[in-house]
Ligand binder design. Structure first.
Ligand SMILES: [Zn+2]
Length: 87
């Protein structure tokens, strides 16, 4: 559900669509990579994670993205997850 790239439209700036900061995203990714439950740094609610995979094989490498969304404030963060971290 992504809008076309050629659509000249500014992203919404209301608070509900606010993004996490780089530091917050880094902390969430670290917790996720460590296998810990990820909590929202804004409201401390549990965050749901959804793996977004597939469709990347045409690029020559398999990349997995993880989409974390807070169940309370609905903020979300998406980041790439390196494969093979489960040792
Ligand atoms: Zn939240």
């Amino acid at each position: 559900m992504t809008p076309p790239d050629d659509e000249p439209r500014d992203p919404p700036r209301d608070d509900q669509r606010a993004q996490f900061t780089e530091d917050e995203q880094r902390a969430m990714r670290a917790a996720f990579a460590a296998g810990q439950p990820v909590r929202c740094p804004r409201c401390d609610a549990a965050m749901t994670s959804r793996a977004i995979g597939g469709g990347s094989f045409g690029l020559g490498y398999a990349r997995q993205r993880e989409w974390l969304m807070c169940t309370r404030c609905k903020r979300s963060a998406m980041f790439d997850v390196k494969r093979g971290t489960r040792n």
